[in-house]
Design a protein around this ligand. Structure first.
Ligand code: ADP
Length: 256
């Protein structure tokens, strides 16, 4: 039986095709989120990649910020439920999930069955989210993918003291004009995201093992800075950004 999950975020649409609730057959990602053609393009891409037609799908479950605007789904399920399910599938041992998306950051505590016990969320401020990285990448005229390789070359990370994205932007511009090296600025940006998210995680309480999900987890610089800030290793998978969509596909399978 095939089920599909679609996670419609603020910046990105992600889909996962699952067979019998246990095998990931295909994924798709379109860098356009809610209110755009991103969700339908992502679903078309998933069907192409999985080489199946929509009639063969038993269930499509939508999650994420834009889930209620998407008309192609059989049901809508909250992000927290789906992220918990998806993270548990990827990292069955994980008790803490740190999810950093384009517009918010969440820290989830799961029980041993992967059920959500409690959570903390930052959705009021761009600092400590992908938006912060996106703004900084723009100032530095870098592609978001180039930020990781850049910051791994840092020798003396600069300190970015502002917690506000707008002030931090000014700080980065002034570091640039003072001649700071780009890798050192990038490392400072990763440290800044890590400091914000670590304090959110401490508010929730960190239980081992800890895993990372969401698009920002793709950045090894942020992963390593956050690991240092929390003094522990963080589990990561190339499917981390798909955790919500994966959880949605799993939810659809359980309902059948
Ligand atoms: P949402 O569901 O809110 O759209 P995602 O969890 O899909 O968010 O994450 C999107 C964010 O991931 C973007 O804002 C971007 O900053 C970040 N991102 C995407 N790719 C990379 C990458 N290669 N390195 C670092 N960050 C990335």
């Amino acid at each position: 039986m095939y089920t599909a999950g679609i996670d419609i975020g603020s910046t990105t649409s992600k889909c996962v095709l699952l067979e019998d609730g246990e095998k990931i057959l295909a994924t798709s990602l379109v860098q356009a989120g809610t209110g755009t053609c991103g969700p339908s393009n992502a679903m078309d891409g998933l069907l192409r990649e999985g080489q199946i037609s929509s009639r063969e799908l038993s269930c499509i479950v939508a999650t994420g910020y834009g889930r209620n605007r998407y008309e192609g789904a059989d049901m809508q399920v909250s992000e927290l439920t789906c992220h918990g399910l998806g993270a548990h599938f990827l990292f069955p041992e994980a008790r803490t999930v740190i999810d950093i998306g384009g517009q918010d950051a969440k820290v989830l505590t799961l029980n041993e069955k992967g059920r959500l016990v409690s959570f903390q969320m930052n959705d009021k401020c761009a600092a400590g989210t992908g938006r912060f990285l996106d703004v900084m990448a723009q100032i530095l005229q870098l592609d978001i993918d180039q930020m990781e390789s850049g910051c791994l070359k840092a020798t003396t990370p600069v300190s970015i003291s502002s917690t506000c994205t707008v002030f931090a932007e000014t700080e980065v511009i002034s570091q640039l004009s003072n001649g700071a090296a780009i890798p050192d600025i990038l490392a400072g940006i990763c440290d800044s995201v890590a400091a914000r998210v670590a304090s959110l995680a401490r508010r929730e309480g960190v239980r081992d093992p800890v895993c990372m999900t969401g698009g920002v987890a793709r950045n090894g610089g942020v992963r390593s800075a956050l690991g240092k800030a929390l003094h522990k290793p963080l589990l990561y998978s190339p499917y981390s950004q798909f955790a919500g969509a994966l959880g949605a596909a799993l939810y659809g399978w359980v309902q059948q």
